[in-house]
Design a protein around this ligand. Structure first.
Ligand SMILES: [Zn+2]
Length: 431
């Protein structure tokens, strides 16, 4: 009896999964007559067509040479600019409606994901610290087709040093009744890293320099603890991110073998070429989060000259990475800060010395490569996953054209479409 009941439930579950996933099915789609940037190192293709079938890129070629199957959706690409879907490698889903996502109506989650992320061209997000289980629960609903959204990767709970929960997340942690994310011993850190990854986390996040306030200011994590997490994550093929804050936090991060610095570290001062060479030798990428520094200092009301100097140091570090051939991952800390608009980040990256190809690489090929997905993502080419972005203006002309998103397609499905493809975007920042 019990068996039959559960079997019937399984059957009903399969049926409802099929029905609910039908609208989520990849749509065959052709973008016709656009300028196509198939990758940051490729020559732009003029008057080109990108054909997506069954969720994958079927053809990228000259408009005249691509045969479009009858009955599929055609998007007029004339005057538009097409490239692979963007990654934001530093975000958080720690604010409503993303807390306890199982209790949220699908349309509320749809709208929040659209307005905060896919509307800015992101087809993949790396959440690098959230409350236990939240992002995995949201991902399950997206993957089932109940919620429309980008692909989500997550580190789940972060690792804080003992007595080192950052001052700015204490309230969130207390209110949520989540278990402490502090680790006191290498053994505890190792076993928690293993458990989180086994439960579905895609990496780990260390606070190697945690901002605790008070007379101490910044608390470094012990290198032994950091190394234990890195060893466990790497044994399972997963990357480790570090929040460094200052030079001590940078040293722990690099010495323990992390894969990504989740922020520039203006407190550490300008980076000489030797430090960039050390990052490069350790295969450590940088997510600059320039918008975070601007946003936090503005909130604190510091004088403009202080702000310019602090953000300027972060820009120097980013510029030194670019000059030294280091890896840069586009990342803004959106979701911790309430700035989702990407115009400012692109302007600050360009002012730091990155050209349009380097910025495109930070959005596409570098994260795909760094997170071992370069065979299927990061470029537009036959056989790649059908993730793409259509821009209304040309990033070769102005760097913040990357924020002028008219359409975002994930796995062959349109996940964002501007109301009027012809309308110019309104930059939210005056600068
Ligand atoms: Zn963050």
């Amino acid at each position: 009896m019990r068996n039959m009941f559960s079997r019937a439930c399984v059957a009903a579950g399969i049926l409802s999964a099929l029905v609910s996933s039908m609208p989520a099915k990849a749509q065959d789609l052709a973008v016709v007559g656009a300028r196509v940037y198939s990758g940051p190192d490729a020559s732009p293709m003029e008057d080109a067509t990108v054909l997506i079938r069954a969720g994958k890129i079927a053809v990228v070629g000259d408009r005249g040479n691509v045969e479009i199957p009858p009955g599929i959706r055609i998007v007029d690409g004339r005057g538009k600019f097409v490239m692979a879907g963007f990654w934001n490698s530093h975000i958080h889903l720690i604010k409503p409606p993303f807390l306890v996502p199982d209790e949220q109506p699908a349309e509320v989650l749809d709208e929040a994901l659209r307005e905060r992320f896919t509307r800015w061209g992101f087809t993949t997000l790396f959440d690098i610290a959230s409350l236990p289980g939240d992002v995995r629960a949201l991902r399950t609903r997206i993957d089932r087709g109940e919620v429309v959204g980008p692909r989500l990767l997550t580190v789940d709970m972060p690792f804080f040093p003992e007595h080192g929960t950052p001052i700015y997340v204490r309230e969130l942690w207390q209110q949520s009744n989540a278990p402490s994310a502090e680790v006191a011993t290498a053994e505890h850190a190792r076993s928690r890293a293993a458990a989180q990854i086994e439960a579905g986390a895609d990496g780990a996040k260390l606070f190697t320099g945690s901002i605790i306030g008070g007379p101490r200011g910044v608390l470094p994590m012990s290198t032994d603890i950091a190394r234990a997490v890195v060893a466990e994550a790497h044994a399972r093929g997963k990357p480790v991110f570090a929040h460094p804050t200052d030079q001590a936090g940078l040293d722990v991060a690099v010495d323990s073998g992390v894969d990504v610095l989740a922020h520039a570290a203006p407190d550490a001062g300008a980076w000489p070429p030797e430090f960039v060479a050390r990052l490069k030798a350790g295969n450590v990428a940088l997510a600059p989060t320039l918008t975070l520094f601007d946003s936090e200092l503005r909130r604190e009301g510091v004088p403009e000259s202080v702000l310019a100097k602090f953000v300027g140091t972060a820009q120097q570090q980013l510029g030194a990475m670019a000059i030294g051939g280091g890896q840069v991952l586009f990342g803004t800390d959106a979701g911790y800060i309430d700035v989702y608009d990407t115009h400012l980040e692109f302007r600050l990256m360009a002012a730091a010395g990155l050209d349009w190809r380097q910025i495109l690489a930070s959005l596409t090929t570098t994260p795909a490569h760094h997170f071992d997905q370069a065979a299927t993502r990061g470029r537009l080419g036959k056989g790649y996953i059908g993730d793409l972005v259509i821009l209304g203006s040309d990033p070769q002309e102005q760097p913040d054209a990357y924020a002028d998103v008219r359409m975002t397609v994930r796995d062959g499905r349109v996940v964002y479409e501007a109301d009027s493809a012809a309308a110019p975007s309104t930059p939210h920042h005056a600068r």
